[in-house]
Design a protein around this ligand. Structure first.
Ligand code: NDP
Length: 243
C-alpha cells in the first residue's frame, strides 16, 4: 500500500485530492487543523476499501512542530510514497495597508511550512529511492492580481522550489511538480461574488471555471505510472484562463 500525505485535506481542493487518491488505491493521510464534516464523510465512504483516508491534526503554521509530526505519521503509517503540499491561505490586501502579521502568516503557511515539511519527508523518500511530491501553486504566481502581491509571491516561491528541488532529488528517483490552478470556488475564494466569477469564466478559453476535482485528477496522474517521467514542471489547470 502506498501512503500519500495531503496537507489541507479537510476541504476544498485538498479533500478532492484525498478522495481521488483513495479511489486510485493510495492510503491517504489528510492533514488540517480540524476534521471537517465532509472529510468525516469521505473517511466513512472509504472505510470498507483496502485504501482509505485518515485524518491527523496539525497546525502547519507552527513549523517547529513539523519534524515530530512527520515522525509520528511515519511511525504510524510507514513510509510515505507521496506528499501533496496543498494547505494554504489566500489573505487578500493592498500591500501598503496589510498588517505585518498577515504578511508573515502567508509566508509561514504557504512557503515555510511546505519547505520544512518536504525537508523531513524527502529524507525518507531518498532512503527509499522513490517518491512523488506535488506542490499546489496558483496562476497568480505568473499573472499577478490586484490585492494578492504577497499571496502571488508565496506561489512564485512554490514554483521556484519545485524546479530546483526536482533537480536535487531526481537522481534518486523522486519527482517534484507544481500544479497552478485558476480560480476555483472554495472557502478560500468565498469573497469573490457570482458576477466576478462569471467575468473570470468569460475570459477563459473554455468559458468556465475549473473545479476541485480537475486539480485532483492532475495529482492522481502525477502520483501514478503516467507521471513517472514528469518532473520540475508547473502544470496549469485553469480552463484556459491564461491561454
Ligand atoms: P480552502 O480554504 O478550501 O482549504 C484550505 C485547507 O488548508 C483546509 O483543509 C484547511 O483546514 C487547511 N489549512 C489552513 N490553514 C492550515 C494550517 N495552519 N495548518 C494545516 N492546515 C491548514 O482552500 P482551497 O482548497 O481553495 O486551496 C487549497 C490550495 O490551493 C491552497 O494552497 C491555495 O492557495 C491553492 N489554490 C486555490 C485556488 C482557488 O481558487 N481556490 C486557486 C489556486 C490555488 P483547517 O482550516 O481546518 O486547518
Amino acid at each position: 500500500m502506498r501512503n500519500v500525505l495531503v496537507t489541507g485535506g479537510s476541504r476544498g481542493i485538498g479533500l478532492a485530492i484525498a478522495r481521488r487518491l483513495a479511489g486510485a488505491g493510495f492510503d491517504v493521510v489528510a492533514v488540517a487543523r480540524r476534521e471537517s464534516e465532509d472529510l468525516r464523510a469521505a473517511i466513512a465512504e472509504f472505510s470498507a476499501s483496502s485504501a482509505g483516508i485518515h485524518f491527523r491534526a496539525c497546525d502547519l503554521s507552527a513549523v517547529d512542530a513539523i519534524p515530530a509530526f512527520v515522525k509520528s505519521v511515519r511511525d504510524e503509517f510507514g513510509p510515505l510514497y507521496g506528499l501533496v503540499n496543498n494547505a494554504g491561505i489566500g489573505t487578500e490586501g493592498l500591500l501598503a495597508t496589510m498588517h505585518n502579521s498577515e504578511i508573515e502568516g502567508l509566508v509561514r503557511l504557504n512557503v515555510l511550512a511546505p519547505m520544512i515539511l518536504t525537508k523531513y519527508v524527502v529524507r525518507h523518500m531518498m532512503a527509499a529511492g522513490e517518491g512523488r511530491i506535488v506542490n499546489i501553486s496558483s496562476i497568480i504566481a505568473s499573472t499577478g492580481y490586484n490585492g494578492l502581491s504577497v499571496y502571488g509571491a508565496t506561489k512564485a516561491a512554490a514554483n521556484g522550489f519545485t524546479r530546483s528541488l526536482a533537480r536535487e532529488v531526481g537522481k534518486v528517483g523522486i519527482t517534484v511538480n507544481a500544479i497552478a490552478p485558476g480560480f476555483i470556488a472554495t472557502e478560500l475564494t468565498q469573497s469573490m461574488d457570482a458576477e466576478q466569477q462569471r467575468r473570470i469564466a468569460g475570459r477563459s478559453a473554455l468559458r468556465r471555471l475549473p473545479e476541485t476535482d480537475d486539480v485532483a485528477a492532475m495529482v492522481e496522474y502525477l502520483m501514478g505510472e503516467g507521471g513517472r517521467n514528469v518532473t520540475g514542471t508547473v502544470l496549469t489547470v485553469d480552463a484556459g484562463n491564461t491561454a
